[in-house]
Design a binder for this molecule. Structure first.
Ligand SMILES: [Zn+2]
Length: 437
């Protein structure tokens, strides 16, 4: 059961809402292509030169072929104004007044995503630490690393064609790897692919740049708030979040009808929080709850895979794969879907109460605590003491197998942390979740 549960409690990523200062000399272009919406969509993302950053100039300089369409709004990352495009992620450096590209493939490696990148996107693994040896000058390291391209002249030519490849691509970080229908090499900021056969997007022998920004979005390293499309013109760059929660991307309703028992659970949790927050003089608005099937679902926060549940803060919506919860229920009993939904609801409560946590790990642990608050409730929502114990052990089973960095969006906490958080919520209630003890 552990591997399934591991995938179970999905993350919630929040970020600083990108602010857009209006400058007299602001120029923008608005793109609908990268929004993941149907053709003819009027939502998308703008790329601007203004007093915060000069992304439009950089976009024009590098061009669509190398950068791709924008796939996010601006967001803050490590204190810098940042914007994701299909092929790369731009960051504005105030001190030099220039755009640099984020070492997104290095970042994903640090987040422990290499195995997923290999399996899902055919991204070669990074070279082992210490591969460069010791005592080399930077120039020698550059030479040694760029030498990795020598075995495939077409890859080398594509790399060098960037003009200043160190700035655009960064250094190679893998060997050239045979991926079946193509050869691939991983770079700090991109992956180059040389096709061995004709594919719909390239001819045999042609080299393309993998969509590194899109891969980062799918691996959930771009804050979900930044993925919410803008309303249709730069004047409507920050529409009220609610206005896009219902449209323009109605999630595909799955053909798998959710069993009535989940509807009852949803009503149960909702009624509990409504009453509990009213008691504590907090306002509460119910989240939207949308079911989907194993094919996954497109949300305003990005694509959510089948086999999980998720909360999109910008849209105040909980999504769950009904077929997945059904199979969990069959495997491990009716309590499991309840605590999955209670955990996602925890993220909604965080949003409603504006409980800001310093890392994704702490957000996840707080959501477990809030699930415990629900589990402790009396009346018709009650879990028996026996069920509370069973739920605590389910949280323990869903602990991370190994410690992950606090900012890894997949980090949910160790077995002990998760169990303790849930139990604290059960025993000490809402104040303990907020105070973190
Ligand atoms: Zn979560």
């Amino acid at each position: 059961m552990k591997p399934i549960l591991l995938a179970l409690f999905l993350l919630l990523i929040t970020s600083i809402q990108p602010s857009r200062l209006q400058a007299a000399n602001e120029t923008c272009r608005f793109f609908t292509e990268g929004s993941g919406q149907a053709e003819g969509a009027t939502v998308g993302y703008s790329v601007c030169d203004d007093n915060q950053a000069g992304f439009l100039s950089a976009f024009n300089r590098w061009g669509l072929q190398k950068i791709g369409y924008p796939i996010s709004r601006r967001y803050e990352r490590d204190g810098f104004v940042t914007q994701a495009f299909q092929k790369a992620i731009m960051q504005w450096r105030v001190d030099s007044g220039t755009v640099v590209l984020v070492n997104i493939f290095d970042d994903m490696s640090r987040l422990g995503l290499d195995q997923q990148l290999l399996e899902t996107h055919q991204t070669p693994r990074t070279l082992p630490a210490g591969w460069d040896g010791t005592g080399l000058s930077f120039e020698q390291i550059v030479q040694k690393r760029q030498g990795l391209l020598a075995s495939r002249p077409a890859l080398r030519a594509a790399y060098m064609a960037a003009g200043d490849p160190l700035i655009f691509f960064g250094l190679p970080t893998s060997t050239v790897t045979d991926m079946g229908n193509h050869y691939a090499i991983r770079l700090q900021r991109a992956v180059l692919q040389e096709w061995k056969e004709d594919v719909p997007w390239a001819r045999r022998g042609q080299v393309t740049i993998a969509n590194g920004g899109t891969i980062a979005r799918e691996r959930r390293v771009i804050p979900e708030m930044a993925l919410i499309p803008e309303g249709g013109s730069s004047a409507a760059a920050n529409p009220p979040l609610d206005s896009i929660s219902g449209n323009p991307a109605p999630p595909v309703q799955s053909n798998s009808q959710p069993p009535a028992s989940f509807d009852a659970t949803v009503r149960d949790i909702d009624a509990f929080w409504q009453a509990h927050l009213a008691q504590n003089s907090h306002s509460y608005r119910a989240p939207k709850v949308i079911t989907y099937g194993s094919e996954g679902v497109q949300t305003p926060c990005g694509f959510v895979d089948g086999g999980t549940a998720a909360y999109c803060a910008g849209a105040k919506t909980i999504y769950y794969d009904a077929s997945f919860l059904t199979s969990l229920q069959q495997q491990s009993g009716a309590l499991t879907p309840r605590i999955v939904l209670a955990h996602e609801w925890g993220h909604h409560i965080q949003n409603e109460l504006q409980l800001i946590q310093p890392s994704s790990l702490e957000r996840e642990i707080q959501a477990d605590c809030l699930a415990g608050v629900f589990a402790s409730a009396g009346g018709q929502h009650a879990m028996s003491a026996e069920e509370q114990n069973e739920a605590a052990s389910l949280f323990a089973l869903a602990g991370d197998e190994e410690a992950l960095p606090q900012d890894n969006p997949f980090a949910h906490g160790s077995s002990a942390q998760r169990q303790a958080a849930f139990t604290a919520g059960v025993q000490k209630g809402l104040p303990s979740c907020i105070a973190g003890n």
